[in-house]
Design a protein around this ligand. Structure first.
Ligand code: SF4
Length: 260
C-alpha cells in the first residue's frame, strides 16, 4: 500500500521561501508542515519575522534546532581531523566555500533527521523557495517559485504587499542569511559593520578567538582597517578604489601585521 503524502515547506524565513509559503497557502495548495531550521545566527528581526508570519498564516511553524550550538561547534568541538595539519585545533571555525560545515551540521543534518523520522510513515513532498532567477535546483524537490516564474524581486514585492518588511533588513542587504557568514559579499559585510555595529564587534571577537582567518585575504581586524580607511577617504571626498587607495591600504595592513 502506498504511503500518504506529506507536503513540507522548507522555510528559511527569507523573502523567497516566505513568498512561496504565502502563495501556496493563498492558492490552496496542500501544506502539512512548515519547517524553519534555526542555526542560532539569524538577525533578531528574522526571528521576529517568523513569529509575525506564524500569526499571519495562523498555522504553526515547526522550529528545528541542532543539539549543539553554533558557538560550541565553532569554538570547542574537536572533530576527527583528516588533515594532519589541523590536528589539535579546537572548533570547526569559519566556514569556507568548500567547507560549509554549518549548513551541513546545523541545517541539512537536522532537517534530514527530522524527515527520516516521518518518511517511515509518509511519502515526503518537499517545497523549496528558490526563485526563478536563481536556478540551482535538485530534481527531487518542488520549486513552486520557478513554476510561477517569480524572481527574487517579485518575491520581495509579494511579501511587502502583505505587510512583511523584515524591519528593513532587505532595504540594507540583498540577501539575508546568518549575520556572521564569511560567504557573504564584501559589500554585505561593510553594511553589517555600518548598520549592526554590535554584531560586527561580535564577529571581530569570534575571529580573534579562532584559528581560521575569516576570509581568505582578510581577517576581521584587517577588514576593520579597510572599512575605516574607506570611511576616512569618503569623508575627504577621495575614491575607495584605484592604485593610490590600495597602495595606502597595503601600508596600513602591513603596519598592523608588523611588516617592514
Ligand atoms: S549562511 Fe553561512 S554561516 Fe550560515 S549556515 Fe550557511 S554557510 Fe554557514
Amino acid at each position: 500500500m502506498s504511503k500518504p503524502k506529506l507536503h513540507i515547506v522548507s522555510l528559511s524565513g527569507g523573502k523567497d521561501s516566505t513568498a512561496m509559503l504565502l502563495r501556496m497557502l493563498e492558492e490552496g495548495m496542500p501544506v502539512d508542515i512548515i519547517l524553519f531550521c534555526d542555526t542560532g545566527l539569524e538577525f533578531d528581526a528574522m526571528y521576529r519575522h517568523i513569529d509575525k508570519l506564524e500569526k499571519y498564516i495562523d498555522r504553526p511553524i515547526t522550529r528545528l534546532k541542532g543539539k549543539d550550538s553554533f558557538e560550541y561547534l565553532f569554538f570547542e568541538h574537536e572533530p576527527k581531523r583528516r588533515n594532519p595539519e589541523l590536528q589539535g585545533r579546537k572548533g570547526f571555525s569559519w566556514a569556507g566555500p568548500r567547507n560549509r560545515w554549518c549548513t551541513a551540521t546545523l541545517k541539512t543534518r537536522v532537517i534530514n533527521h527530522y524527515l527520516r523520522g516521518l518518511s517511515k510513515d509518509y511519502e515526503i513532498e518537499q517545497y523549496i523557495g528558490i526563485a526563478a532567477d536563481e536556478p540551482q535546483r535538485v530534481h527531487e524537490f518542488n520549486y513552486p517559485l520557478i513554476d510561477w516564474g517569480m524572481t527574487e524581486n517579485d518575491c520581495l514585492q509579494y511579501c511587502k504587499e502583505r505587510g512583511f518588511d523584515w524591519e528593513g533588513l532587505y532595504d540594507i542587504f540583498h540577501r539575508v542569511s546568518c549575520w556572521c557568514c564569511p560567504l557573504q559579499s564584501f559589500d554585505e559585510l561593510r553594511k553589517l559593520r555600518t548598520h549592526f555595529p554590535e554584531l560586527w564587534e561580535k564577529l571581530r571577537y569570534m575571529d580573534k578567538h579562532t584559528w581560521r582567518k575569516f576570509l581568505k585575504n582578510y581577517s576581521a581586524e584587517e577588514l576593520e582597517i579597510r572599512f575605516s580607511f574607506e570611511e576616512e577617504r569618503t569623508a575627504q571626498g577621495l575614491p575607495i578604489k584605484g592604485k593610490e587607495f590600495f597602495s595606502e591600504l597595503r601600508k596600513r595592513l602591513d603596519d598592523f601585521n608588523g611588516k617592514e
